[in-house]
Design a protein around this ligand. Structure first.
Ligand SMILES: [Zn+2]
Length: 299
């Protein structure tokens, strides 16, 4: 703790000195602003929205990589150990949990699993579901905590950080309202997804999620499980089997073929792909709402 406080003070003094003495003409760039490392895209998004130009944010999960099974090469472990602030969610990415234990970081660690209420996975009631970012209300809680910590790293920009956080929280509140209204009146409440990422979204907006592969995107269902999903699709009149951007659609496509359902994308927003790099958490959540409304016949 003593080391951490000393480090924070030194960072704050250095930033203040640069601000007072050199104005905006520092070209060494990265080293003058607090370094934030986030373990996956949704937390990177929050940190960037809140900190803007006053911090530098690195995402441990590269674009196109499925973050559940991310692996951390030595350079990324070094980033973790040098970071002023680290945002992770314990239990979501085993390699990140292990990495943090190995390096004992000097910067502060926000564990998202400790600041929002977790619920059990729909597909496996013994396991906590990590996909909290698909609930805008939980994302607002994460935003508040991240803003507090970022403000303490950049004391001279507290006002701007608070204003950025307020803007993001307002956008999340509008998103939550759009989901509540948009999914209120639907012909069906069951939706079928690739992996079980949408449990928080389903509970928040009173939908029923059936997943092809459970919590782990790399697991494939047994033939019996696959047949049970196909039965549900037929029985409930499900029109659409949702696939996602970072895992193979093969099993979902097979079920769609068997049942006559169509295949569409519902993005679990665990990471951006190269093609979706212009999108943000907020635009992808809007796309997901439109896809759910169409699939479930919502008015
Ligand atoms: Zn997932």
């Amino acid at each position: 703790m003593k080391i951490r406080l000393a480090r924070l003070t030194a960072t704050a003094l250095w930033v203040t000195a640069v601000g007072a003495g050199l104005g905006g003409c520092s070209n060494s760039g990265a080293s003058t602003v607090p370094q934030v490392v986030a373990a996956a895209y949704p937390f990177t998004f929050v940190a960037e929205q809140v900190g803007r130009d006053f911090i530098e944010v690195r995402n441990l999960t590269s674009p196109g990589v499925e973050p559940h099974d991310v692996e951390l090469p030595p350079q990324q472990l070094a980033d973790l150990s040098d970071a002023d602030l680290i945002i992770v969610e314990g239990g979501f990415q085993p390699a990140v949990d292990d990495g943090l234990e190995q390096i004992a970081p000097t910067g502060e660690v926000i564990d998202v699993a400790e600041i929002v209420t977790l619920q059990n996975a729909v597909s496996n009631t013994d396991t906590l579901d990590p996909h909290i970012w698909l609930d805008p209300q939980r994302m607002a809680v994460v935003t508040e905590v991240v803003a507090d910590r970022v403000a303490s790293l950049t004391p001279e920009h507290v006002g701007e950080i608070r204003a950025n956080a307020r803007r993001l929280i307002e956008a999340l509140e509008q998103l939550d309202a759009a989901y509540t209204t948009g999914l209120a009146e639907c012909a069906r409440r069951t939706f079928v997804t690739s992996h079980a990422a949408f449990g928080y979204l389903a509970s928040r907006y009173n939908l029923e999620m059936v997943s092809v592969s459970g919590l782990d995107p790399t697991l494939e269902p047994s033939p019996a499980e696959q047949a049970a999903i196909a039965d549900t699709v037929t029985r409930e009149g499900v029109t659409t089997i949702f696939t996602e951007t970072l895992v193979s659609p093969a099993v979902a496509e097979t079920i769609a073929d068997e049942t006559g359902a169509r295949v569409r994308t519902l993005d679990p927003i665990e990471g951006l792909t190269e093609e979706s790099s212009d999108e943000t958490y907020l635009t992808l959540m809007r796309d997901n709402l439109a896809a759910l409304r169409e699939a479930n016949g919502c008015s």
